[in-house]
Design a protein around this ligand. Structure first.
Ligand SMILES: Nc1ncnc2c1ncn2[C@@H]1O[C@H](COP(=O)(O)OP(=O)(O)OP(=O)(O)O)[C@@H](O)[C@H]1O
Length: 446
C-alpha cells in the first residue's frame, strides 16, 4: 500500500463508493466526504497529497473549494470532476489553479492515470515510516537504518505479529536497492513440495504440471532484496539447497542446466529462538551462521508499551478512513485498557482489536467498552477459586467471542443482516435477539 492519501469530495454515494473501491484497490489511502464544507474541515485535521472533487456539490461547489485550497494549501494539487459538456468551466478551473480535470463519465484507468501523474513523485520518495516511539523501538529502527545502508544479510527475530515484515521493508527502503524489487516469500505458508520450485524457479517439464518455465523468487528479486519469512519452516533438505545458493550466489532452476548469477540481499525472519532450534536439530547450523550476520530482535509490544498509543492511533486513523468515519479518538480509559493487555498476537492483534472497536462503537470515539480482546487473552479462569465466578467469567468470554464474530460478520456483509444470518447459520430472529443483547451490553451496532 502506498502512503499517498487522497481527499475525495463527491456527493453521489454510488459514484463515491465506486471511486473509493478503485482507489483502494490501486493502493491509495482515501477519505471520502460529501461536501466542500466537510472537505475544509478534514484539510484542517490532516495532511493529504491530492484533492479530487466533484464540481456540483450541495453548499459550496467545487470551484469554491478550489479557491479555498489554492489560498490555504497552495502546494496541494486539486483536480475537478465535471459533468460532460462542462468543458468551458473545466478550462476555467485549470486557469484558477486546478492541476487537472476529468469529464464524467470516465474510465477507472483515466482516473488512476491522472492521480498517478500528480502523486507519483510522492510514491517514489516515500519510505513508509514504521511507528516507533518507545525508546527500545527507536533504538532498533536506528540500528536497522545503519545496517540497512550496508548490504549485509539480516536476521530478524520476534514473536508473531511484531512487525518483522515491516522492519524488512524498512531495511530495503533505506538501502541503495530501494528502487529495485522487494520480494517476500513466506516459507511457512507454501506447501513444502512447492517451496523449492517457488524459490529457485523451474523449466518447462521439470515436473508434472510445469507447463511453462518460471523464474523463482531469487531471480525475481535479483538486484533487490529477498525476504525469507519464517525461514525455519523449510525442511532440512531444502535448507541445504538454500545454503548452496547463498554460498555460490547463483541459482539453477529445477530442470534447468544454466546457473543464473545472483545479486540479492537476503533478509530472513523467524519467530523461533533460532539458536535453540539449531541445538534441537531443526535448523542447519551452517545456514544459521550464514543468515545470522546481523541479528535484529523485535520486542513483543508488551515490552515496548510506549508504542501502544501511537500504534493504536495510527491504526484507528487508518481504519476510520477505510470505514469512512470522520474524526477518531481513544478515551483515556480505552488507552489504559490497551496498555494493560499482554498482546500475545502483538501488532496484528492490536490491529484486529482496533478494527473491532471501530465496528462496535459505530463512530470514531473509542471507549473502554469497545475494546474486546481475543479469547486467548480472556481472564484466567484458574486464578479464581470461586467456581461460580469462574463459570461466569468463562461465560462472558464466550459471549464476547460471539459478539466479535457477529460484529465482524456484519462488517463483512456491509450490514446486510439476512446475509449475516445465513453466513453464521442462525435464523434472522436469533440474530436480531443477539444484536439486541449486544446493545444491552453497551455495544452500539450500526
Ligand atoms: N512499527 C509498525 N508500524 C506500523 N504498523 C506496524 C508496525 N509493526 C507492525 N505493524 C502492522 O502489524 C501487522 C503485522 O506486522 P508484520 O506482518 O510485519 O508482522 P510479522 O512479525 O512479520 O508477523 P508474522 O510473524 O506473523 O509473519 C501488519 O499489518 C503491519 O502493518
Amino acid at each position: 500500500m502506498s502512503d499517498v492519501s487522497l481527499l475525495i469530495v463527491e456527493d453521489d454515494r454510488g459514484l463515491a463508493e465506486a471511486l473509493e473501491d478503485t482507489l483502494l484497490m490501486a493502493g491509495y489511502q482515501c477519505l471520502m466526504v460529501e461536501s466542500s464544507e466537510d472537505a475544509i474541515l478534514q484539510l484542517k485535521r490532516q495532511r493529504f497529497d491530492m484533492v479530487v472533487s466533484d464540481v456540483n456539490l450541495p453548499g459550496m461547489d467545487g470551484y469554491g473549494l478550489l479557491q479555498h485550497v489554492v489560498e490555504h494549501f497552495p502546494e496541494l494539487p486539486m483536480m475537478l470532476m465535471t459533468a460532460y459538456g462542462d468543458i468551458a468551466h473545466a478550462v476555467d478551473a485549470m486557469r484558477n489553479g486546478a492541476v487537472d480535470y476529468l469529464l464524467k463519465p470516465f474510465q477507472e484507468a483515466e482516473l488512476l492515470s491522472v492521480i498517478t501523474k500528480h502523486t507519483s513523485h510522492i510514491v517514489k520518495s516515500s519510505v513508509q515510516k514504521p511507528i516507533a516511539k518507545d525508546p527500545a523501538s527507536v533504538a532498533l529502527f536506528d540500528l536497522a537504518k545503519r545496517v540497512g545502508v550496508t548490504d549485509s544479510t539480516v536476521l530478524i527475530c520476534g514473536e508473531s505479529g511484531t512487525g518483522k515484515e515491516v522492519l524488512s521493508q524498512y531495511i530495503h527502503a533505506v538501502s541503495e536497492r530501494h528502487s529495485k524489487p522487494f520480494v517476500a516469500v513466506n516459507c511457512a505458508a507454501i506447501p513444502e513440495n512447492m517451496l523449492e520450485a517457488m524459490l529457485f524457479g523451474y523449466e518447462k517439464g521439470a515436473y508434472t504440471g510445469a507447463v511453462s518455465s518460471q523464474a523463482g523468487k531469487f531471480e525475481q528479486a535479483n538486484s533487490g532484496t529477498l525476504l525469507l519469512d519464517e525461514v525455519t519452516e523449510m525442511d532440512v533438505a531444502l535448507q541445504a539447497k538454500l545454503l548452496r545458493v547463498l554460498q555460490e550466489q547463483e541459482v539453477e532452476r529445477l530442470g534447468g542446466k544454466k546457473a543464473i548469477k545472483l545479486d540479492v540481499r537476503i533478509i530472513a525472519t523467524t519467530n523461533r529462538d533460532l539458536a535453540e532450534y539449531v541445538r534441537e536439530g531443526g535448523f542447519r547450523e551452517d545456514l544459521y551462521y550464514r543468515l545470522n550476520v546481523f541479528p535484529l530482535r523485535l520486542l513483543p509490544i508488551r515490552e515496548r508499551k510506549g508504542d501502544i498509543q501511537p500504534l493504536s492511533e495510527a491504526l484507528l486513523l487508518k481504519y476510520a478512513q477505510k470505514m469512512r468515519i470522520n474524526g477518531s479518538s481513544l478515551t483515556p480509559a480505552a488507552l489504559s485498557k490497551l496498555e494493560a493487555h499482554s498482546w500475545p498476537g502483538n501488532v496484528r492483534e492490536l490491529e484486529n482489536v482496533i478494527q473491532r472497536a471501530l465496528i462496535l462503537s459505530g463512530q470514531g470515539r473509542i471507549g473502554e467498552e469497545h475494546i474486546l480482546f481475543d479469547m486467548v487473552s480472556a481472564p484466567q479462569v484458574e486464578e479464581k477459586d470461586d467456581a461460580h465466578e469462574a463459570a461466569s467469567i468463562l461465560g462472558k468470554g464466550v459471549q464476547q467471542h460471539e459478539f466479535r464474530i457477529i460484529a465482524q460478520a456484519l462488517v463483512d456483509a456491509k450490514g446486510k443482516r439476512k446475509e449475516v444470518a445465513e453466513t453464521l447459520g442462525i435464523s434472522p430472529r436469533t440474530l436480531r435477539y443477539k444484536i439486541a443483547k449486544m446493545r444491552e451490553c453497551g455495544i452500539e451496532v450500526d
